[in-house]
Write a protein that binds this ligand. Structure first.
Ligand code: GDP
Ligand code: MG
Length: 349
């Protein structure tokens, strides 16, 4: 499908899951985002035109945050978006989905909208799940208006295929050296020189995502490179992901915090019910594992471990959704889900 066939969505008010959502981005909306929006809200494609209200100098664009696991991509995105959207843990590869965060603002009279996606870390495909993650990375290279290639002060980036791709792309690449709070000035200089030589990116920026160092400069630079374009999303929408996605992410985070070894990586969470009532949110989650032994570990003695996960997840959800939450969890065994593509698809990868 060509980008122009994606002209859709007029400023109609759509009733979706009890919410009124105003859509006004018919422009050359990028395929992937269109598909996401259509599927989330169960919309049908339409080619109606619209006359949105925006000023001529509005800037908007897609910013992809890529890089290896653990370099601080999620931390950076959360700092930039200002909300806790993406899971942050010290374990590698926790961010499996593409997550969008949207920032609207104004800089010296220029209104802007930045749409971020925090992609999973760049890794060599080992099995299907990894392949699926690499697809997200490739997608980012194709859609982005700015690429933030995040590295940290320790990193020796040796995936030459990725470097080659970044060298060839027409998209501006910002090389971010993160965790500067842990480095000496000499080390920073050495890394900067290294990246200039290896990649010669559009910009090299030294930051500490954790301590908020260098983020102002980064923001100004990004806006500089954003194309003049009307907003892609209604200006009050924080993210394109529905609530049940966050419910699943919260449970996944609690599992990561409560179990060691391979358990967290063999779990997949599917929210089978998400009902928002006046004073309570009812959430029903199915947790898939690969083997009966994993199910037993997950349950713990008399189900106590999973109960702890449930309590912690409920508490976090109550903060996130600002409402009381009733959470039910079921553990199911689904052998080798990782290597079964159809199942991956069912889980939304
Ligand atoms: P991702 O896998 O690239 O998304 O990385 P995360 O954002 O999950 O961060 C991985 C770890 O690095 C976490 O423990 C973060 O707290 C830590 N981290 C991220 N940014 C910084 C930073 O600027 N300085 C320090 N010291 N730690 C950081
Ligand atoms: Mg991450």
């Amino acid at each position: 499908m060509s980008p122009t066939s994606c002209q859709l969505l007029h400023p109609a008010i759509l009733e979706c899951k009890g919410k009124k959502i105003v859509e006004y981005f018919n422009y050359f909306c990028k395929n992937i985002f269109k598909t996401t929006i259509l599927s989330i809200y169960n919309l049908e494609d339409s080619s109606k035109t619209l006359h949105p209200t925006f000023t001529d100098n509005h800037k908007a664009g897609f910013i992809s945050i890529i890089g290896k696991p653990n370099v601080g991509k999620s931390t950076l995105m959360n700092e930039l978006v200002g909300e806790r959207l993406s899971i942050i843990t010290s374990k590698a590869q926790t961010t499996r989905h593409r997550i969008m965060g949207i920032v609207n603002g104004e800089l010296e009279g220029t209104p802007f909208q930045m749409v971020y996606s925090d992609t999973p870390g760049i890794i060599k495909p080992q099995y299907e799940l990894h392949n699926s993650m690499m697809e997200f990375v490739r997608g980012s290279l194709a859609d982005a208006d700015v690429i933030l290639f995040v590295t940290d002060i320790y990193e020796k980036f040796d995936e030459e295929d990725v470097i080659e791709k970044l060298k060839k792309t027409d998209v501006p690449v910002f090389l971010i050296i993160n965790k500067v709070d842990l480095a000496t000035p000499e080390k920073v200089e050495q890394k900067t020189a290294h990246w200039k030589e290896v990649l010669n990116p559009t910009e090299i920026l030294v930051i500490s995502a954790l301590q908020g160092v260098g983020l102002g400069e980064l923001l100004v630079k990004m806006i500089e490179y954003l194309p003049t374009h009307p907003p892609y999303f209604p200006k009050d929408e924080l993210t394109d992901k529905p609530e049940r996605f966050f419910a699943a992410e919260i449970i996944r985070e609690k599992i990561l915090q409560n179990y060691r070894k391979e358990i967290p990586y063999s779990c997949e969470i599917v929210i089978t019910e998400f009902k928002e009532k006046e004073d309570i949110v009812v959430v029903r989650a199915e947790i898939y594992v690969e083997r009966a032994t994993q199910r037993a570990i997950l349950l713990g003695h008399k189900g106590e471990r999973i109960k702890k996960v449930g309590i912690e997840a409920r508490e976090s959800m109550e903060i996130f959704f600002q409402k009381k939450v009733f959470l039910e969890q079921y553990i199911k065994v689904e052998p080798d889900w990782r290597i079964k593509k159809d199942k991956l698809r069912r889980f939304g990868y």
